[in-house]
Design a protein around this ligand. Sequence first.
Ligand code: ADP
Length: 435
Amino acid sequence: MTSAWTIFLLRMIAIALLALIGGALFGLTGGLALACAGLLLVVMSHVANLSRLQAWLKQPEGKSLPDAWGAWGDAFIALHRLRRDEEMQRERIVADFEVFSQAAEAYPDGLVFLDADDRILWCNRAAESQLGLHGEADKGLLIVNLVRLPRFAEFIANARPGESLQCRPLGRKDLDLSLEALRFGKDRKLLISFDVTQIERAATVRRDFVANVSHELRTPLTVIAGFLEHMLSEPDPDPAASRQPLEIMDGQARRMLSLVDDLLVLSRLESEGHALREETMDVRDLVFDVADEARRLSAGRHSITCEVQPGQLKGSREELRSAFSNLVTNAVRYTPEGGRIVLRWALREGKGVFSVEDSGIGIAEEHLPRMTERFYRVDRGRSRETGGTGLGLSIVKHALLRHQANLEIDSELGVGSTFRAYFPAWRVTPKGGAT
Ligand code: ADP
């Protein structure tokens, strides 16, 4: 690249030479006129290049840089390089920003960037759905005017590290949020909203469970304690008169025992560390076994039959027996005397289906979705009278879940119920024809 000064000097030398030749040929006036003409040409070429540069600077987008010779050409090339570098840098920044905003969009928690006045700069989709914001439309608006939650304005103004706000957005019964506000950069804030609905729900279930267990144990204990107090207050108790209270106490103690047993079974089924013992068993043995148990419980009050296709089932014999037995004993307990109970095992579209059909009291439709909840009973009195703990169907649900099986309930009040457990094909081996 030739320097501008060198070109300028060369041009001046050329003009001086031209003036000297002109002076020799046409005299002093001719030489001066030629020198002036040369200088004018140089100035005009500068003005022409300057005006092309001005035109380009006014509207650089989409226009290529003008071509020129000499120093102007060098300047244009340098400008062109500068512009290309700047464009590449801009593209890199845009690509980085794109990656960043895609990552922030994909982030499962809500993110809202706020300026120094708590106006929204940007928010992701999770924040839109959790806090009811509208991305582009809400940009530049004060967040406190859009998120109407108790104590929110104070929380966002303070934005103290480690402080969180637990809340439920207005009109959203299905959503519990935990908010955190972090300061960053120059007076900027990042508001993060975490969906803690499941955690809250689990905490409620845990609290309800403890309350229910305490209540279930308290009732029999109160009965036993009352009788014992009465018996101890008698100076000389009559053994014959003590018989009935002792029998009642025995019944209550058994009730507590079966409750504790069911609680232990449930806790074993729910514990993640408890691996499933995989065995292959003959389904007919299993079904006949629980049918015998049901007959003993029924003591001839019901007709109990089995319709079983031969085959094998893979899983834990102990857990499956407990699940099937709960379904069958429920059928006995909730079917009035003279009723009919049918136990079936069949293959349907490759799946193994165990079902218990009874002609019992049935269940009203509104109760069906909650049947497998712990301690959920349609009729508390009847459940207790028949020795129920309220945990039977929870045990069934968990045992089936551990076998990748699901439970379906069909029932009509006053007509009867059918409980069906569907097992995946890979747990089932068919064998021979139906019996
Ligand atoms: P429980 O020990 O009270 O029987 P379960 O969890 O086994 O507890 O059952 C929950 C509730 O479901 C029962 O209280 C009863 O109201 C209802 N239920 C279960 N099985 C039947 C059935 N075969 N027929 C009618 N109701 C049933």
